[in-house]
Design a protein. Structure first.
Length: 146
């Protein structure tokens, strides 16, 4: 009996080499390095915009109170939460259930009479990203400056 010189063939595995995997990871790292800083900057912009919307909404609540009270804005934020009774003695519904918060979950600050600007409307501001009330200055977001 004659033996064959053929050796059995082992099937080759198909897959990626280590070099190919490392190259793909390097490319993904470069892309992430370019994209992530832009996303972080956009998040801060979005939080500031959301806070401005909340301030505007709070200002509208104060205006609704003023319409119901002969044009007088409330001197205290608690008057919007618990307005008391109307002229005919009936209890009034609150204009807001709670003090609105900014995008960093801090309550907005309300002041009337307004000592921050010459405009005859309430001063409303957020403590801003640093969460430190700087009376509308610093990184605070307010309704009297653009």
């Amino acid at each position: 009996m004659k033996r064959s010189n053929l050796t059995p063939t082992i099937p080759r595995r198909h897959g990626f080499t280590l070099t190919e995997v490392l190259l793909v990871l390097a490319i993904l790292g470069v892309i992430a390095a370019m994209v992530i800083p832009n996303l972080i900057g956009q998040q801060k912009v979005a939080l500031v915009r959301q806070t401005k919307v909340n301030i505007s909404g709070f200002e509208q609540i104060a205006k609704q109170y003023a319409v119901a009270h002969d044009g007088d804005f409330p001197a205290d934020v608690n008057l919007m939460l618990n307005p008391g009774q109307s002229a005919d003695g009936k209890p009034m519904a609150p204009f807001a259930e709670k003090v609105p918060k900014d995008a960093w979950n801090q309550p907005l600050t309300y002041q009337y009479p307004n000592t921050k600007s010459a405009i005859d409307k309430p001063a409303i501001w957020s403590s801003g990203p640093n969460k430190q009330n700087e009376e509308g200055a610093g990184d605070d977001i307010n309704n009297w400056t653009e």
